[in-house]
Design a binder for this molecule. Structure first.
Ligand SMILES: [Zn+2]
Length: 215
């Protein structure tokens, strides 16, 4: 028969968490570095995107980003996109993608396109392409999963595009038109990474100031 002491030791061993691969401090430092990189990419990307936008839409995005921030589980101050407007989310992800060198096709967000992103909660991108320049136009996504008594079903409200002709070059717009015509993806947008490095250095410096203030 196993003694009580031995059993308690076994239970203790079973419920003691393993030594983490990285310390909580190191975990938090890595999360902060990641967030700083994301913000640097957004700022540098949005600096290039904003001049292609209607000033009213630039203000809309900036106001919402300023409003929607929170402390996350790692104790990092981050943007909270949970209930953010689709224009804000799209402008943010476009900017980050361009700054990371992964945005394809023209890097612009003209008023006619921004209005669709702002006003249609079921807007989507990446399928409606300009045949000639590859610009990705928003479209209304009609299919979505809705719960009913027999389980989840996909509704079949029709999907539709908003643009017959490209807002950038006037070329025809349709489902994967660029890829069919060119047998490949639109070219990567050549973003100047120097600005990202500058912004990151500024953000890193201010993060250090915050840390030393707390000492
Ligand atoms: Zn085009």
């Amino acid at each position: 028969m196993v003694g009580l002491g031995q059993r308690l030791t076994k239970i203790e061993e079973a419920i003691t968490p393993p030594t983490p691969a990285v310390s909580p401090e190191e975990w938090q430092r890595r999360a902060l570095v990641k967030e700083i990189e994301r913000r640097a990419c957004f700022i540098a990307g949005f600096e290039a995107l904003a001049p292609t936008m209607d000033p009213e839409h630039v203000t809309f995005v900036m106001d919402e980003l300023a409003r929607r921030q929170k402390w996350n589980y790692d104790g990092i101050w981050v943007f909270d996109f949970h209930e953010a407007n689709k224009l804000t989310r799209h402008a943010f992800s476009m900017s980050v993608a361009a700054a990371k060198g992964t945005w394809r096709g023209p890097f612009v967000l003209p008023a006619a396109v921004a209005v669709v992103w702002r006003d249609d909660p079921h807007v989507m991108a990446n399928a409606e392409q300009c045949r000639d320049c590859g610009y990705s136009h928003p479209y209304h996504n009609g299919s979505r999963v809705v719960p009913n008594s027999g389980g989840n079903v996909t509704s079949v409200e029709p999907s539709y595009g908003y643009f017959d002709n490209c807002v950038v070059c006037g070329g025809p717009v349709g489902c994967l038109f660029y890829m069919h015509e060119h047998n490949g993806y639109p070219p990567l947008f050549p973003f100047d990474r120097i600005r990202v490095d500058e912004v990151r250095a500024l953000l890193e410096a201010s993060a250090e100031i915050v840390e030393s203030d707390e000492d």
